[in-house]
Design a protein around this ligand. Sequence first.
Ligand SMILES: [Zn+2]
Length: 70
Amino acid sequence: MNLHFNQSLAKNYHSEPQKVRVLSEAWVKENSYCTNCSAQSLAEFANNKPVADFYCENCNEQYELKSKKA
Ligand SMILES: [Zn+2]
């Protein structure tokens, strides 16, 4: 019984960072804007870009999701 319970906990804990990341990225795409040129939306880099997560298509300013480094 205890073993089964712990496995359930671990499963939930493991999936949480992914949920946060997905929600954070969705929020950025919906709500962000370029602070450099005030363009209304940012474009998303391909997955696993090491430096930045989003960039402005208008002026190429790059942005990073801070939560990723926690
Ligand atoms: Zn811009």
